[in-house]
Write a protein that binds this ligand. Sequence first.
Ligand code: NAD
Ligand code: IPM
Ligand code: MN
Length: 346
Amino acid sequence: MAAHRIVTLPGDGIGPEIIEAATRVLDAVGSFTYEPHLFGGAAIDVHGTPLTDATVAACKGADGVLLAAVGGPKWDSTDPAAPRPEQGLLGLRKALGLYANLRPVRPLAALYDASPLKRELIEGTDLLVVRELTGGIYFGEKVRRADYASDLCEYSTSEIERIARTAFEAARSRVTSIDKMNVLETGRLWREVVSRVHAEEFPNVELEHQLVDSAAMKLVAAPRHFDVVLADNMFGDILSDEAAMLTGSLGMLPSASLGEAGDPGLFEPVHGSAPDIAGRGIANPLAMILSAALLLRHGLSLEAEAAALESAVDRALAGGLRTADLGGSATTAEATEAVLRELSNA
Ligand code: NAD
Ligand code: IPM
Ligand code: MN
């Protein structure tokens, strides 16, 4: 069988350190070719822009895209005219039409005690954040003058319908739809459209609506309650970092960004470039490795390989693997090797 063609975007900070972990474990389960591209701050330094046309074209022509993380203090200017690494990420999501971001939160038994939350609270949690990724306040008109700034939050009915379908299709029992309908016009449209899609197309899935502020509270007070959490771009961003702490660390949470069926997806950890630990070889590579598993599952329809990889991660953790963020001392390379060992023992 021909090798799957993957574009890799190492990006900045810990990005280059963890992307290697993903390609090493992928090579242990299948046949892949990798085409690396500069992205984010690394691309700004060389090309003056975080995302070149050549990179967009390469991603569109690939079977899937693996991205580590972008950003860092070097490019953290508040000058609106200065290019930002994060613009590359938003531009790529838009260019590839990646409107559906799936962020599974599945705390592993081996890590129950690595979470700052009580074990009895998180036990049995298995939820999925479905985040709208190409609309909302991230993409509305931005205005900046010397003494004034604004960000427009916009959603159309069709944008809400398609992400609502993604959420209902993924649900096993219940969709909790998040909004701020008590304040925002976009929140009222969101609630209306989600309710209609539910009534017309998915009446057998339970639907509940929750305001984002109390949902943030409930996510740590009663996480087992949630099955699928459906949220707009901004609320989904915030709630997923919160939900990461159920797994013990932000370094554990993978994500899949998907567009229309058949188009290449983008797979990246939920966390950022972790500038505070970059260059030391101590980053947790598991969110990146689990993102590679989502590439196998959602991008390449290789379910058996995806499950094998996830199970290898589970067993490595059960065997005691802990990077610094999980309270241990394993390096990035040691963590990767622990997963590779479990894969070869499978
Ligand atoms: P961050 O996610 O980079 O880091 C938050 C904290 O979590 C830090 O203490 C960091 O050390 C820790 N952490 C994150 N990933 C880890 C890992 N794999 N292993 C161990 N520890 C890990 O968030 P931040 O510091 O707010 O942002 C840093 C930069 O990353 C910013 O420029 C931001 O815009 C960017 N960012 C990029 C992405 C992305 O590329 N997808 C996502 C989020 C943030
Ligand atoms: C994420 C990140 C990005 C986002 C940033 C870096 C633009 O936080 O992927 O969660 O807000 O979408
Ligand atoms: Mn985020």
